[in-house]
Design a protein around this ligand. Sequence first.
Ligand SMILES: *Cc1c(COP(=O)(O)O)cnc(C)c1O
Length: 359
Amino acid sequence: MQNAFAEIDLEALSHNLGVVKKKTGNKKIIAVVKANAYGHGAVEISRRLIKNGVSFLGVAFTGEAVQLREAGIEVPILVFFNRDTVEECLHYNLTPVIFDYGSAKKFSTAARRLDRRQAIHIKVDTGMGRIGFSPDKARTEIPRIAALKNIYIEGLMSHFSDAGLQSKDFAGRQLHDFLLLRKELRKKKIIFKYAHIANSAAVLNMPGAHLNMVRPGLMLYGYGDEKLRPALSLKSRILMIKKVPAGTPVSYGRTFITNRKSIIATIPVGYADGYSRKLSNQGEALINGRRAPVLGRVCMDTIMVDITDIPGVKEDSEVALIGSQGKEKITAADIAEKTGTIPYEVLTSIGQRVRRVYK
Ligand SMILES: *Cc1c(COP(=O)(O)O)cnc(C)c1O
């Protein structure tokens, strides 16, 4: 096949999980595999993580959890953003994150009908301004939920609003409010098996937030610390090489015009594959261990790069858009910096037609 593919290094994933274990001293881990495991392929990534001892998975939406169940994955799955997906959660044995009493009540009623006990985690908003009970509301609502029949509150959770934890002050306040709430509820004999607030940045840099469970996502895929190994390479092969004279316009809008005799390679990867159009006249591809600049605009399905100064390139030579060749390396973080975004978006934008291959 000709088009771009993503090569996923499962050894790198295992290594990164090892860093989580080492950092947290073997706390329970909810491996976050939402958004197709940040573009890496949720089923394969989950299987590998489970094999390496992960006991919980976390996804954003119920449909993502269902996909994992249908692939035969049996570990508990926490669904962060759902509301009243009662039937699916019971049928597929999923663990919903609850943030209002009405929803908890629906789960209670349905679980009772089936003579089952539904595990839930409760979300508290300590400063993200997203879903969750405010700590004040939590003080009154959690006891009400705890009194519902056939409901088991397995976990209490919150989320940091500084994903990168550049400043730990605000995160420290969030953690403080979270722990205070847990303590007050404990006095009312409401005890949670798990309490969790740590995302990747907190796993890496805020040991006090590890509690007895952590929720890393990005770091599993190799971003956020030098010790981590990026698991994904975005690769392709050259489609055509052509020699052109000086003064030749390249790509839509003719925003680039050669100023010398040039050799141009067309590569089948474009913005439909997640290779941002913002990389027009900015991106680089690795070919034969050298950097080849993107010429002109990124098209939907192709880019053109300058290989005039790279000897020995053949049609069918391998190209890395993300990854390393020889001494050269391009990471999703490098691309994010050039395109004004974050590695999360670069990784999750990799398109559906990009095959994922595992090694
Ligand atoms: C995405 C997400 C995480 C993982 O965050 P990272 O920064 O990728 O580690 C953890 N918890 C929740 C609720 C999330 O939505």
